[in-house]
Design a binder for this molecule. Sequence first.
Ligand code: ADP
Ligand code: MG
Length: 394
Amino acid sequence: MTSVTLRHVSKRFDAADRSGKSGLASVVESTGRMFNRGKTIDYLNAKRAEPEPADRTYALDDVSLTIRDGETLALLGPSGSGKTTLLRVIAGLTEPDEGEVLYDKVPIRDIPLSERGLGIVFENYALYPHLDARSNIGFFDIVRRRHRTEVDARIEHVAQIMGVDIKHLLARKPPTLSGGEQQRVAVARALARDPKLFLFDEPLSNLDAKLRAETRVQIKRLLRHYQITAVYVTHDQTEAIAISERIAIIQAGRIIQIGTYQDVYYRPVNIFVATFLGNPPMNVFEGNAEGDHWQGTGFALRPLRPGLKPGQKVWFGIRPEHIIFEEEGIPVQVELVEPIYNDRVQIVYLSLIGQNCVARIPLEHSVEVGTTAYVRFPDEHIYFFDDETGQRLS
Ligand code: ADP
Ligand code: MG
């Protein structure tokens, strides 16, 4: 059993070795892609774009966090946010420029790689093509010349937890296995090494949706069974929720928030977290605190929350599932309706005086495309965010 502590870890890369985009550029781009929300993208562009030194980029910027003994922590963030770099630093494969990594209070540099007890599964499963799946799983034990029956027993056990079908795979060589099968063998191989710390880097992103869901459950099952401390890197919030006990949100090399899904979903620290989570994510609107109310473009909310200063620029946010349709209220144009039958809900795309707004309401509620509807934003579900910093105002 292992807990891992990171203290003030930073890592920079020279622009010359920079293969992709800077963390920030890809944050803005991927957020834009995900939400297709002109306003939010502009906001992120304008407000989040901190000046970067021309020749250097922080892949990790003063990261401190603890992964508790036996927990699965999901590291969730857009592409380019520093997830892989952080995982490599945790494994000791990448040396940070500043800060330190401790395994059970022992600095990682004092522990030889072979004694760190790591099980690592990356997106691109690196199996040995000339060995069959059984030998791939038992590879490390075989090279360590453990007793053959002991190795076989362990392979059987791991295969059983990973699902019965892996048994049929054991005799086959990797090139004859599908992506999902290869990935299961890779997980089984890492597990067969009896790891103290399991590190996953987007292990399921090459799989189709159905296989992703199945393999996710198997990974969760074995993490539960063995209670192995694990870090699970993903850009997919559904996966993060399914696999982990806690979620760390990373953006542009910084850990923005850590907590259970409830924490980060219902108490986002800033507008980035608020608009990153949820499907569809939170609606946000630009506006001002004025007199006794908050004034947006074409609609107002009252009374004003205590703590907002008159004239202060603040963004107002509400989640799609909290918007209520009523006989009276704020007028909106219904532009599109997307039913999700198995959840018994519909996603309703609205125009609120030219501003995009998305609601998620029960399927039974009738709304008609092209008509005017009326909505209400219940007070207890309203969020405000500071215009300058993006921080949530309580
Ligand atoms: P993620 O896994 O979240 O997509 P990465 O950790 O791979 O993000 O990358 C974070 C940032 O660091 C990116 O801007 C990336 O281009 C940069 N980066 C990562 N690895 C290297 C490297 N070996 N050399 C130069 N820049 C790198
Ligand atoms: Mg990565």
